[in-house]
Write a protein that binds this ligand. Structure first.
Ligand code: HEM
Length: 404
């Protein structure tokens, strides 16, 4: 372990120590959210902590066991557009799975999905920084996700993993995301296959088994927890900052995330039907679950250092840390072992809302505190990172866990 990891762990150690390494691994709470608030409007009563992916899991387990993943990755590499026929050469069980899981849910509304693009264009600057600094950092404080990410193959090369996750952030906000010329269906199907592979692989990792509080990772409950760290946490922040969003655009943004949950295999009975329902579900399933883990501390350290990758000029590491603290609050940020910078923390906390107000009024940044320029660079660089097409990124199904 690097000296920095050790220091961050010690810093977060108060929280870890108080909870105990295993208490920190608090098991997901019982599911009490009523499916009457879901897209289905009713439910089977199945607890999503014990629902995974009945369609994809057996196919990927068999594919991994017979060593067929590399050949499937080779074939799927050229499948990039939603409307494209799946290339030939896939084993019949995988071809059938891909063709089944690429179908949009019957309730998907293309007009709403198109409007979501307008919303992203108008609010993309905020969305980029929120996906990166709010959702991305928060994921390190979701114990099950932190462990899964840390001990899976992607944990060995976080830069690559972030780039792949950023592809989803880009594709979901892209023009025609779910139309034939978009890429979001392909990204969701490949992610669903990857998640199914991880369900088979992680239980073979002694490190994951030693720290996990579950036998199989990435249940539908877990997917909704992560969904809330993305969709409803972003939504909550935009409301907190009093950003005016027309109702139709708000509904459209929700809709594109509802469709995405469904495309990742989540059943309609667990997907909230409205923002009010989503925020209520978030309070039940995400908020009480956030907590410290050694894996989360190490991931957060890597994430803070990823600031280097974005090639900031004005945004220093302390500025990155202070904005993270402002977004997530003291408790979560302390759980992640992130440094406190008392003067800068206070400056950021006092300046963010006035900065947002000024931007909303469309006024030029003249004669304003210098911290505003740091904010401006953060949001522009994150928007570029998340919302502009980068290098060609392909999501490959993993064949192994993190070897380290
Ligand atoms: C892979 C998105 C939920 C753990 C991926 C990838 C994407 C993605 C785009 C492919 C990128 C890559 O291969 O690195 C999402 C979204 C989710 C979600 C949008 C929910 C809305 C979860 C949850 C967990 C999880 C709940 C664990 C608790 C993983 C792991 C990988 C992965 C371990 C594979 C990394 C690797 O080893 O290559 N996810 N995910 N994901 N996801 Fe998720």
């Amino acid at each position: 372990m690097s000296e920095l990891s050790r220091r961050n762990l010690i810093r977060a150690g108060g929280a870890l120590g108080a909870l105990g390494a295993f208490a920190a691994a608090a098991p997901a709470r019982a599911w009490t959210w009523s499916s009457t608030g879901s897209i289905a409007g009713t439910g089977t009563g199945r607890d999503p902590r014990y629902v995974w992916d009945d369609l994809a899991d057996p196919v990927l387990a068999s594919l991994l066991d017979r060593g067929g993943v590399p050949a499937v990755n080779d074939v799927l590499r050229s499948w990039t557009k939603n409307g494209q026929t799946v290339p030939s050469g896939l084993p019949s069980d995988v071809a059938a799975l891909v063709n089944q899981t690429r179908r949009l849910p019957a309730w998907a509304d293309q007009a709403k999905l198109d409007l979501a693009y307008q919303f992203t264009r108008k609010r993309g600057l905020y969305l980029g920084v929120l996906y990166g600094m709010n959702s991305g950092m928060m994921s390190a404080a979701i114990p099950r996700e932190a462990r899964a990410v840390y001990y899976s193959k992607g944990g060995a090369d976080l830069t690559d993993r972030i780039a792949k996750t950023a592809k989803l952030g880009y594709d979901i906000g892209d023009y025609h995301a779910y139309r034939p010329d978009g890429e979001m269906i392909v990204t969701c199907v490949k992610t669903r296959l990857t998640h199914a592979a991880v369900r088979h692989l992680l239980p073979q990792s002694p490190h994951w088994v030693a720290s996990a509080d579950e036998d199989i990772p990435i249940s539908q409950f877990d997917i909704m927890v992560t969904w809330h760290s993305l969709a409803s946490s972003v939504w909550q922040k935009l409301r907190e900052w009093n950003i005016r969003i027309p109702k139709a655009e708000a509904d459209a943004y929700l809709h594109i995330w509802q469709v995405t949950a469904s495309m990742l295999g989540v059943l309609d009975e667990y997907i909230p039907a409205s923002w009010d329902e989503a925020l209520a579900q978030r309070e039940q399933v995400l908020v009480p679950l956030l907590g410290p883990t050694p894996e989360g501390v190490k991931l957060a350290e890597m994430l803070v250092n990823l600031g280097d990758r974005i090639d900031f000029t004005l945004v220093t590491k302390p500025a990155f840390e202070s904005v993270t603290r402002y977004m997530l609050g003291d408790q979560v940020t302390d759980w992640l072992g992130i440094d406190r910078n008392p003067i800068l923390d206070a400056t950021v906390a006092a300046a963010w809302i006035p900065f947002v107000r000024l931007r909303e009024l469309g006024l030029p940044l003249l004669g304003v505190p210098s911290i505003y320029f740091v904010f401006e660079e953060l949001i522009r660089k994150f928007a570029l990172f998340y919302l502009e097409p980068g290098q060609t990124i392909n999501i490959d199904i993993p064949t192994m866990n993190n070897p380290n």
